[in-house]
Design a binder for this molecule. Structure first.
Ligand code: FAD
Ligand code: SF4
Ligand code: SF4
Length: 417
């Protein structure tokens, strides 16, 4: 709340400093309207301390009944009929093969479970997976192998594909019922759509696109790039539960699965009103070749930056990638120069990759690029500048001209057969 006291002498100094035009002079007294955001700029300028902002004391709430780390399980969407037809394994009835092929647990879920396990252990609480699906396909086994203690399952024909209204309603109901301390979502198209809806419905905070998670003083420490990726911000949500975060795919390492371990299956009933569905998917079009690899799934990525100089020279990377059985990636500078399409951009505003080998040709190693590839197992950097930042994260560094090294590497691989 903001108020102007009797001390106001009507000097008018506060009027121009308000960035929201919330102050007017009326009868030689400052009057503040509802456009005020309580930014405090006018308080500083007033020569007679006539403006007071009274902030509500944040009341320390008791969250001791909120327990457990929850992970939203993302399933693949039903594919279009054409690609599903091609995907049907030999000997399987077509209809069954289509359904089975359509609803697999996406790998990002396993990344979240691996990170969630560490958080749960640190808190001394359970790790739970949440599955909303039209049909359970023994998901508890796969989730148990990644060390989930429990699987909350809501089975309903309405979950045959992702829908914002239906899924957010169900998750909100589950959270209200069981009160988890932490809830993690993948920072995928689905997770980025779902998590804010749930956060708004529960009136809790949400940290988007986290690249690091830890526990600090019993709270979830959520780290994410801020100010264009130039700093890392550590965020805590002490005043609301659950503490919610989305996590970028390919950032967290997947732990080794322990096959044979099964998560305890807990079936949940949630009434789903069909009329909630405001959007109907009439057709799905896959813009890439069905079955074609995405750069986020590639085991070897050969990336190039501005140092590749021209589109023609950049194309040499294709040959190396082909010989290695990998895919070509690019820095944003290379994409902006038209060397490669945007879908291959690696980094903060592109895709996060985590291949076994990442080769970087003529890439300086700006922080926005590094966040998108630093969890690769082996990083090989080729740069003519020995001071390039990319060498700080590289496993192996070659100081030299990419245009000399690249043909030699290709030649050597060809000789090897
Ligand atoms: P440069 O920084 O120009 O580096 C070129 C490098 O090539 C230099 O190190 C140079 O020494 C080397 N070189 C030159 N000639 C040769 C040669 N003959 N042989 C070997 N080496 C050579 N960037 C991303 O990549 N991905 C992102 O997702 C991304 N998102 C961003 C989001 C925001 C909000 C912002 C502000 C920036 C983002 N950027 C991103 C841009 C990023 O800051 C850098 O500008 C970009 O990564 C630089 O690309 P580069 O390394 O190819 O080019
Ligand atoms: Fe304007 Fe900020 Fe003062 Fe509110 S607190 S009246 S927004 S300057
Ligand atoms: Fe009144 Fe202070 Fe504003 Fe001057 S600056 S008009 S004294 S509130």
């Amino acid at each position: 709340m903001i108020e102007v006291s009797q001390k106001c002498i009507g000097c008018g100094k506060c009027v121009p400093v308000c960035p929201f035009a919330a102050i007017q002079m009326m009868e030689k007294k400052a009057v503040i309207n509802e456009a005020c955001t309580l930014c405090g700029a006018c308080v500083q300028i007033c020569p007679v301390e006539a403006i007071n902002i009274v902030r509500e004391e944040s009341v320390l709430k008791d969250f001791s009944n909120y327990k457990g780390v929850w992970v939203f399980v993302e399933l693949s969407e039903p594919e279009d009929k054409a690609s599903a037809h091609r995907a049907a394994p030999a000997g399987k009835p077509q209809a069954e093969a289509v359904i089975e092929g359509a609803r697999k647990i996406k790998p990002v879920t396993f990344e979240l479970l691996s990170a969630g396990r560490k958080l749960a252990d640190e808190l001394g609480q359970e790790l739970c997976a949440v599955v909303l699906t039209d049909k359970n396909r023994a998901y508890e086994k796969e989730l148990g192998a990644l060390d989930a203690d429990k699987m909350y399952l809501v089975e309903n024909p309405e979950f045959f594909e992702y829908n914002t209204d239906i899924f957010s309603t169900a998750i909100t109901a589950l959270v209200n019922r069981h009160k988890p301390a932490v809830m993690l979502y993948p920072a995928t198209i689905q997770g980025r759509d779902l998590a804010p809806r749930v956060a708004a419905a529960l009136y809790v905070g949400l940290t988007a696109d986290c690249t690091g998670l830890a526990i600090k003083d019993g709270l979830l420490l959520q780290s994410r790039p801020a100010f264009g990726g130039n700093i890392m911000a550590d965020i805590l949500s002490p005043n609301s539960r659950p503490q919610m975060a989305t996590v970028r795919p390919n950032v967290m390492k997947i732990s080794d699965p322990v096959y044979g371990k099964t998560a305890v299956l807990l079936r949940e009933e949630i009434k789903i009103d069909k009329t909630l569905r405001r959007v109907k998917v009439l057709e799905r079009k896959i813009t890439r070749e069905p079955g074609a690899l995405k750069i986020s799934d590639a085991k070897i990525v050969v990336s190039g930056g501005r140092g590749m100089k021209t589109k023609e020279k950049f194309k040499t990377l294709e040959e190396l990638a082909r010989l290695l059985g990998g895919m070509v990636g690019a820095s944003r500078a290379a994409v902006d120069l038209g060397f490669k399409e945007k879908t291959r951009q690696v980094g903060q505003s592109g895709t996060t990759v985590s291949p076994s080998i990442y080769l970087a040709f003529g890439i300086s190693g700006a922080v926005q690029h590094i966040v998108g590839m630093k969890s690769s197992d082996v990083i090989v950097a080729i740069n003519k500048d020995p001071g390039a930042s990319i060498f700080n994260v590289a496993t192996y560094g070659i100081v030299g001209d990419a245009h000399e090294i690249l043909p030699k590497l290709i030649e050597a691989l060809k000789r090897k057969g």
